[in-house]
Write a protein that binds this ligand. Structure first.
Ligand SMILES: Cc1ncc(COP(=O)(O)O)c(C=O)c1O
Length: 304
């Protein structure tokens, strides 16, 4: 990781190397940390943060689900993200707001811990690499996606990512690039850190929120594109066999962008071209870089 100059910590910007916490920080031991992943892109009007409002709203909702009192309003978190990106040299960056139960108390009751809030920004290329040519080789994991009866999947909580990491490690060890997790009903849910879409006979679809997925902001962006581009779109459940026989499959996420899948468990996907994925990926790339006027509402400029 290439260090930036500042990190926002508990209300102020501190030098990158000073953004440290104690080893007995409560959240480190019990997974009590909620976070976001946001990106800023270069646009013709300078650096701008994509869909910051949606990310801040999800951050506050995650905190509410875990009964964390952040002590900062949506506006204060928004302003902190903007100030941070402005203070750091990267023109394009990933932004990571995080809130966690802090140092002071141990034990399973998080309610006695103070909540710390930090925001870091750093350079980070597309999480699954440039998939426009080669595509991602994915495998259906034997790990089941966490069930909302056990953990709130709508909260972006650090603890959820132990499930993601197990699936990711399994996929990598088997020689694949990424995992696809099924839910406890055996239907397709999502990737470890991405939502999933498929295309069959020109129809675009993605699992509904009720399948136990994180309601991704990139997923929402793609749904909006589909409406605007008049692409037939449904939210519906799919079996893994329906993925195997899809014409196109792609992942969406802030870290990964729109990442084309070229294979699921040894079944080639997109052999006959990926026109819908390519069209949506191009739209996404142009929208985040401020090249489509109708989507400029999603961009918050940081360097006027
Ligand atoms: C489990 C999971 N699903 C989906 C996503 C995609 O969400 P977004 O598009 O908001 O980044 C993420 C990333 O935050 C994630 O961690």
């Amino acid at each position: 990781m290439k260090p930036q100059s500042k990190i926002w910590m508990d209300g102020k910007l501190v030098p990158w190397d000073d953004a440290k916490i104690h080893v007995l920080t409560h959240g480190l031991h019990y997974g009590m940390a909620i976070f976001e992943g946001v990106r800023a892109f270069e646009t013709p009007n300078g650096t701008a943060i994509f869909r910051l409002g949606g990310h801040v709203e999800r951050f506050l909702n995650s905190a509410k689900i875990y009964r964390m009192d952040l002590g900062y309003s949506a506006k204060e978190i928004t302003d902190a993200c903007i100030e941070l990106v402005r203070s750091n040299p990267a023109k394009e960056c990933y932004i990571r707001p995080i809130a966690f139960t802090s140092y002071g108390e141990m034990g399973l009751n998080p309610l006695t811990s103070k909540i710390s809030v930090a925001i870091a920004s750093f350079e980070w290329g597309a999480y699954l690499g440039d998939t426009s040519k080669k595509g991602v080789r994915a495998t259906v994991s034997s790990w089941v996606r966490i069930d909302s009866r056990a953990m709130p999947v709508q909260a972006k909580c650090a603890a959820n990512y132990a499930n993601s990491a197990l699936a990711k490690m399994q996929a990598l060890s088997a020689g694949y690039d990424e995992a696809i997790l099924l839910n406890s009903n055996g239907m397709v849910a999502e990737g470890p850190g991405e939502n999933i879409f498929r295309v069959k006979d020109g129809i675009l679809s993605t699992p509904p929120a009720s399948s136990g997925i994180l309601r991704g902001i990139t997923r929402d962006t793609v749904i909006q594109f589909a409406k605007d581009e008049k692409i037939t779109f449904y939210r519906n459940d799919a079996t893994k066999e329906e993925l195997y026989t899809s014409d196109e499959v792609f992942f969406t996420g802030t870290a990964a962008g729109i990442a084309k899948v070229s294979e699921v468990d040894g079944r080639k996907i997109g052999d006959n071209g990926t026109p819908v994925t390519d069209r949506l990926a191009k739209l996404y790339d142009r929208a985040v870089h401020g090249r489509i006027k109708r989507y400029s509402k999603w961009l918050t400029p940081v360097r006027p």
